[in-house]
Design a protein around this ligand. Structure first.
Ligand code: AMP
Ligand code: MG
Length: 415
């Protein structure tokens, strides 16, 4: 896939992401949190196991434990006791002896093999219980060895990993009660535009409801950022200047929507030039061409375009990764898969399209993708129905049904 961009004035998505990742500071403050509060936080250190898991040799089945050599010599073994999980057999197993053992119970010293109870038969030799087996096992059968899952001292969670539910289970199994994590990234967000109303306001002609802020705030919450929702600001230079300065004091990152084009009411550029170092980029993606990125005295800044689909795509493709990096997370590139387009897709060469699609496995087992229809930058409904982006390379023209296209499955942020 060619995502390079040579045309003057248009920057590739890759280039924009690279420049941003070179500039952003990673949050430095760490905090020690109780394990239960660590879901979706970023581990600030490598975590090593303080113990072996399992901590002792134990049985993988309900059955009988004995020394295989004794069974081979005698054809049966003598039943002398029991070992339960949490309640082990208390002495060393003698020659020719066996015990009944439950799953997870400790293997006594002197035993080297377990056979499941379904393959055992109790025989009563003159009032003493002996056990024989329908099949002869291999030495070590059905025994989980100490340290077989995790060796003491091995790394179980890496620095920069987003802690998931499985990590919490794993750390709990090691007796870890607290984890050192990075502080959450603080993000301030507001929308700009004289035309904007809040959801719940009475509808007024020629105005629109602000959808970018609620959508981006929802994404920020999903990313576990510390969100400062600053509402809506009209296209008024003084109010914009005041709010931006305040946001910069309170947040690590300030995000706005609207006012980054070259219209007469687009003041963001002018004000940001006064307050900090700002670049305005025309990115070679569709939707989402204009994007402002820069640094304010205390924070980094993203000016998302006003069109709702553009705002969402630029946030997801560019700002989200930047925030993840800022939060200390080590991230890997999105997984891109080839799929067959079920219908034709309109496209003009010049920018990389991030169309919205629905992918599924068809009756023949092939991964296919269907367009969600109209792809205009104001058609937000195209997002809520979709489960992937259809990425159409920069120089590609329209796509015919049956052609292979690249898709990017929606990640946990968008589902
Ligand atoms: P702008 O980038 O300010 O020129 O806005 C581009 C288009 O997006 C205009 O049609 C705006 O009305 C619309 N728009 C701007 N901000 C928002 C918002 N917060 N929610 C929904 N639509 C918006
Ligand atoms: Mg505007």
């Amino acid at each position: 896939m060619d995502l390079t961009c040579d045309a003057p004035g248009l920057m590739s998505l890759e280039e924009a992401k690279k420049r941003i990742s070179d500039l952003i500071p990673i949050v430095q403050e760490l905090t020690l949190l109780p394990l239960q509060d660590c879901l979706d936080r970023i581990s600030a250190a490598d975590v090593y196991s303080p113990i072996d898991v399992p901590g002792y040799n134990n049985s993988a089945m309900d059955g009988y434990a004995f020394k295989l050599q004794d069974l081979k010599e005698n054809g049966c073994v003598k039943l002398v006791g029991k070992s339960f999980a949490g309640n082990p057999f208390s002495r060393i197993l003698g020659k020719g002896e066996c015990i009944k053992i439950m799953t997870g119970a400790a293997i006594p010293e002197g035993a080297d093999t377990v056979v499941m109870q379904e393959n055992a038969e109790l025989i009563n030799k003159e009032q003493q219980d002996f056990v024989s087996f329908s099949r002869h096992p291999k030495i070590g059968s059905a025994i989980r060895l100490a340290g077989e899952d995790i060796k003491k001292g091995s790394r179980v969670v890496s620095k920069g990993k987003r802690i998931c539910a499985a990590d919490i289970g794993l750390l709990a199994s090691l007796g870890c009660a607290q984890v050192s994590v990075y502080r959450q990234v603080r993000v301030a967000m507001f929308s700009t535009g004289d035309e904007l109303m809040r959801a719940g306001d009475n509808y007024e002609a020629h105005r629109i409801y602000d959808s970018n802020r609620p959508a981006v705030v929802a994404l920020l919450h999903k990313m576990n950022c510390d969100v400062i929702d600053l509402g809506i600001v009209p296209d008024d230079k003084d109010q914009l200047r005041k709010l931006l300065s305040r946001a910069d004091l309170d947040a690590d990152c300030v995000i706005t929507s609207g006012g980054v084009s070259v219209g007469e009411a687009d003041f963001i550029k002018e004000i940001l030039a006064e307050l900090g170092q700002i670049d305005f980029w025309k990115i070679a993606i569709k939707p989402g061409k204009p994007l402002a990125f820069g640094r304010l005295p205390n924070s980094i800044f993203f000016g998302l375009p006003g069109n709702p689909v553009s705002a969402f795509v630029t946030f997801h493709q560019i700002a989200a990764d930047a925030l993840r990096l800022m939060s200390g997370e080590i991230i890997s590139p999105a997984l891109i898969l080839p799929a067959i387009a079920t219908s034709s897709l309109k496209k003009r060469a010049g920018r990389t399209d991030y169309q919205r699609g629905i992918c599924f496995i068809d009756a023949t087992g092939q991964l296919v993708v269907e367009s969600t229809g109209a792809q205009g930058s104001g058609v937000f409904s195209s997002f809520s129905e979709s489960n992937c982006y259809i990425i159409l390379e920069r120089e590609r023209d329209s796509v015919a049904a049956g052609e292979t296209v690249n898709i990017q499955l929606f990640d946990r942020l968008l589902d």
